[in-house]
Design a protein around this ligand. Structure first.
Ligand SMILES: Nc1ccn([C@@H]2O[C@H](COP(=O)(O)OP(=O)(O)OP(=O)(O)O)[C@@H](O)[C@H]2O)c(=O)n1
Ligand SMILES: O=P(O)(O)OC[C@@H](O)[C@@H](O)[C@@H](O)CO
Length: 412
């Protein structure tokens, strides 16, 4: 087994999962129950369906391997104490250098198996107390999450962990996007499933460690080789019925290169006046006053990020929304306009320029949306309110990727 960074001294530190169970505590702030949580990331696949030479988990997005985003998504959840990543022998060095380069923490690498279930089992063994070489503490609840699903939020992780703690197993689900049919052996329709009654099983899933580990220990060779569903193993071998938890649309798994592109949701704010950084404080954003470029932002721990770059008298603002790999690129150009000093013709000129640019970049599948945030110098509160409104417009439209909004100027 390959070990990642030393895990000394963490054996006694148990995480508190938000919203998990109830302990006596002040009624206004329900104390979260302390539950030990670890995660296993199977990352030993070869990406057969994608068809490229590089396994999809190592494909770059904005110059950074996909798996690094997934690890980061788990790493930023402080109550996940260990992240065990299963990678093949031949990719072990690559993964080690990813861990080093992006300074991933709490990561332990183990050798993947020939199938996904084998890789997961290998990860679980690293956390099991009964294994001679296991060095990590055995968690009460273990999360299993595909390395190729980079967009996983703390909220859904907490919900599956909480449900697993209560019910023994839990998994995220999504509505089916198309109807599933069963063909007969000779190529005719045999059965058509009622779409409303079925769901797609997604990740993350979570289990009481004891349940899933016992299931894997008893698992038949056939299940180990051909099975794909961990929830099914818990049911079949431990009679544990998984609680199903609604997941968000972001939980998709990378399967094809066509979606291996960037979801560079950035706001490009061209500030037309010298605006003090202080003025946009309080918008629940992180401010980054020095000239960092998008690449650097992506490499940092930046989710829901607003970066303000100061370039001489012109200021640029990149609002980074963490979700990285969906086509098409969405680009927000945010104009801060002082209505008292910028004339009507000045505003029209800006709009025309934005429309022209939007037309141009649409050819490259970049949707450029405009957002106008108006203000007057004497009313900083109004500006803050407009920035807040702008942020909520962006967050609500960012996932729609609506081509019709290209070149439109929305007003906050
Ligand atoms: N022997 C394997 C096979 C798969 N996986 C991992 O399981 C997750 C989900 O599997 P899948 O999407 O099927 O990935 P691949 O097996 O790489 O893809 P394909 O089925 O197209 O070959 C991925 O993170 C993949 O790396 C694994 O750890 N070990
Ligand atoms: O069905 P697939 O082989 O694409 O994927 C299997 C896994 O990646 C996993 O996401 C599901 O089993 C959900 O449980």
């Amino acid at each position: 087994m390959e070990q990642g960074p030393t895990r000394d001294g963490e054996r006694e530190l148990r995480p508190a999962v938000p919203g998990l169970g109830r302990e006596p505590g002040p009624a206004s702030s329900p104390t979260a129950m302390a539950v030990a949580v670890a995660a296993v990331l199977p990352a030993g696949g070869c990406g057969e369906r994608m068809g490229g030479p590089t396994p999809k988990q190592f494909c770059p997005a904005l110059g950074r391997p996909l798996i690094s985003y997934t690890v980061q998504a788990l790493q930023r959840v402080s109550w996940i104490k260990d992240i065990v990543v299963a990678v093949t022998k031949e990719n072990m060095d690559t993964m080690k250098s990813i861990v080093r380069r992006y300074q991933h923490q709490r990561v332990t690498l183990v050798e993947a198996g020939a199938t996904r279930h084998q890789s997961i089992f290998s990860g679980l063994k690293a956390l099991a107390g009964d294994q001679p070489h296991s060095q990590l503490p055995t968690p009460k609840v273990v999360i299993i999450h595909d390395a190729v699903r980079p967009f996983v939020e703390e909220d859904v992780l907490a919900r599956v962990v909480s449900a697993a703690n209560d019910h023994g197993a839990a998994g995220a689900i999504r509505p089916l996007v198309s109807t599933v049919i069963a063909p007969s052996a000779d190529g005719y329709l045999d059965q058509s499933l009622d779409r409303a009654k079925h769901r797609a099983s997604e990740m993350p899933q979570a289990f009481l460690f004891d349940v899933i580990y016992r299931a894997y220990c008893q698992c038949s060779d056939y299940d180990m080789e051909f099975g794909t569903e961990c929830l099914h193993l818990a049911l079949k071998y431990c009679h544990t019925k998984a609680k199903l938890v609604e997941g968000s649309p972001d939980l998709w798994k990378m399967l094809k290169t066509s979606i291996l592109s960037l979801y560079a949701c950035a706001w490009m704010c061209v500030l037309k006046i010298p605006l003090s950084l202080e003025q946009v404080k309080g918008t629940s954003v992180t401010l980054c006053p020095n000239g960092q470029d998008l690449q650097k932002i992506c490499q940092g721990d930046c989710y829901n990020f607003i970066c303000i770059n100061v370039i001489k008298h012109k200021k640029q603002c990149l609002f980074w929304f963490g979700s990285l790999i969906i086509l098409p690129y969405i680009f927000w150009q945010v104009h801060f306009l002082d209505f008292q000093t910028v004339s009507f013709s000045g505003r029209m000129k800006e709009l025309r320029e934005m429309k022209d640019l939007a037309k141009e970049v649409k050819k490259q599948n970049v949707f450029l949306y405009g957002l106008l945030i108006s203000f007057t110098q004497d009313n900083p509160q109004q500006l803050q309110e407009n920035v807040r409104q702008g942020a909520s417009i962006i967050t609500s439209l960012i996932k729609e990727r609506n081509a019709e909004l290209t070149g439109q100027l929305l007003v906050a």
